[in-house]
Design a protein around this ligand. Structure first.
Ligand code: THU
Length: 160
């Protein structure tokens, strides 16, 4: 037997000012989308903005439902919309921001497991890494060069 070590390298930025202008503007669009989230039950608002290789930006936010599991996260709302509207485009970058209406959210909020799986599907489909930036409402920003860093040992089409 042998042990296998799995390593992921992420980059942490203290402030948005450390990031390139294009990323700041994408994160701004994610913040605007966050404010339009429909989250009356959790009061936890999430916004996503996706930059495509055709220059288009697609946004999404979480959409909740009185039947709780029928709701959808911001990341999947955005990525499925991108897939529906621009099926041939590749996803270059995703900017994610999340915050609670009950308390200040100052630490970076990573995408949930189901959203990582959904994003992984597109990364495999397009055979190009998707760059992901995530943050709270304020505070540090985390960058992952690829979804694979956030979902080691992922399940994908190669197993089918
Ligand atoms: N949520 C997202 O939109 N993205 C995530 O990655 C984690 C959770 C939403 C789902 C639900 O509307 C609320 O946040 C609380 O879980």
């Amino acid at each position: 037997m042998k042990d296998v070590k799995i390593e992921s390298v992420l980059t942490v930025y203290d402030t948005l000012e450390e990031l390139p202008e294009g990323i700041v503007s994408l994160m701004k669009k994610a913040s605007e989308a966050r404010l339009n989230a429909y989250a009356p039950y959790s009061k936890f608002l999430v916004g996503a903005a996706i930059l495509l290789d055709n220059g288009e930006v697609v946004i999404g936010n979480n959409q909740e439902n009185a039947s709780y599991p029928s709701g959808l996260c911001a990341e999947r709302t955005a990525i499925y919309y991108a897939g529906a509207k621009f099926p041939k485009a590749k996803i270059v970058t995703m900017a994610l921001t999340a915050g609670s209406q009950m308390q200040a959210t100052t630490s970076p909020i990573p995408p949930c497991g189901a959203c990582r799986q959904a994003i992984a599907e597109y990364e495999v489909k397009q055979d190009t890494p998707i760059e992901i930036y995530f943050m709270g409402e304020t505070g540090k920003i985390v960058k992952s060069n690829s979804l694979a860093n956030l979902l080691p040992l992922g399940f994908d089409r190669s197993f089918l």
